[in-house]
Write a protein that binds this ligand. Structure first.
Ligand code: SAM
Length: 301
């Protein structure tokens, strides 16, 4: 099966241009609050999908180990620069549509500002379900097509696509907004139960961000986040979903990360550790391990 196209961040300065120099303090701080409200207090192994430069990673406080997965090696190198190399952080370059992990490995997963690059969102979500253990937690952020601005523009005839229909809208190449009900439907059909929904960025308006003191804006957003339980009209939505209890429970998590992996090509595990690469004894493919990054994007041979 061919994989959908990937939005390529290789070589991108996204972290500095969007977050550090882009006036996004309000969005960053409100995300930190949402994560604090949604994350389990403790856990063993968390998978961060589309981790980018690791902006959110230090917020996964209670977890013993964290796997940062991203398609872009250069984003992971930036994350390494921020978080350092240690046993706590495991860096994996791979495609979210083709996860290189054995089933039921993680007790939690997050995907923040990443689903909006997925042309086939249900397929990516299905991959998350496979690698979560029974009862595992999934915290998902998605871009909401049913947001106030889109509704207004549509009603005034200034936007062709309807924010009310369930199909995703691709507003720029490989950038998608989703209807909250569509996301709920996908998660439910995969066996997730949604426990909490928070809405974020109620005040993502340039003028407000300029004239209202940041602390007040963040405080108000933190109050309004809870209204996500009843309605979702903000550009960004966070859900906390729990996978059903059927299937494999959270067993012992291997100390050596090599045991986490399966061959993304033929799904065989375990892979053989050859130090500079991992080898699949079934299909013969080899996967690079370079500068602390396990690379499953393309086989070495
Ligand atoms: C907008 S950035 C968000 C980064 C980080 N989650 C944050 O909020 O700061 C999206 C990230 O998703 C990654 N990404 C996009 N498509 C992907 C895919 N198919 N598999 C893995 N990562 C992907 C990109 O490389 C990029 O780092």
């Amino acid at each position: 099966m061919t994989n959908p196209p990937v939005c390529n961040y290789e070589g991108s300065d996204y972290q500095t241009s969007f977050w550090e120099r882009g006036g996004r303090e309000y969005e960053d701080r409100t995300e930190a609050i949402a994560l604090q409200r949604l994350l389990p207090r403790s856990g063993r192994l968390l998978l961060e999908l589309g981790a980018g430069a690791g902006r959110n990673t230090p917020r996964y406080l209670g977890f013993e180990r964290i796997v940062l997965l991203d398609y872009s090696r250069t984003q992971l190198e930036q994350a390494q620069g921020r978080l350092g190399k240690s046993d706590k952080y495991i860096y994996v370059a791979a495609d979210a549509y083709r996860l290189p992990f054995v089933d039921g490995l993680f007790d939690a997963a997050t995907m923040i500002r990443t689903l909006h690059h997925m042309a086939d969102a249900p397929r990516a979500l299905g991959q998350v379900k496979n690698v979560l253990a029974a009862g595992g937690m999934f915290i998902l952020e998605f871009a909401n097509k049913l947001n106030g601005k889109a509704i207004l523009r549509y009603l005034l005839g200034r936007q062709k696509w309807s924010p009310f229909t369930l199909e995703p809208v691709e507003f720029a190449k490989l950038n998608f907004d989703f209807h909250p009900r569509a996301v709920r439907n996908w998660l439910n059909s995969l066996g997730f139960r949604i426990e909490k929904t928070l809405t974020l960025s109620h005040f993502r308006v340039g003028l407000l961000k300029r004239i209202v003191p940041m602390n007040i804006l963040v405080f108000l957003d933190s109050l309004f986040q809870w209204t996500g339980a009843w309605w979702q009209f903000t550009p960004s939505v966070f859900v906390k979903a729990k996978l059903g209890n059927r299937g494999s429970g959270i067993g012992n998590i291997p100390a050596n990360p090599v045991a986490f992996f399966k061959c993304p090509e033929c799904e065989h595990s375990p892979l053989i550790d050859k130090k500079e690469y991992l080898e699949c004894s079934n299909c013969g493919k080899t996967w690079a391990v370079k500068d602390g990054i396990y690379d499953f994007k393309e086989p070495v041979k």
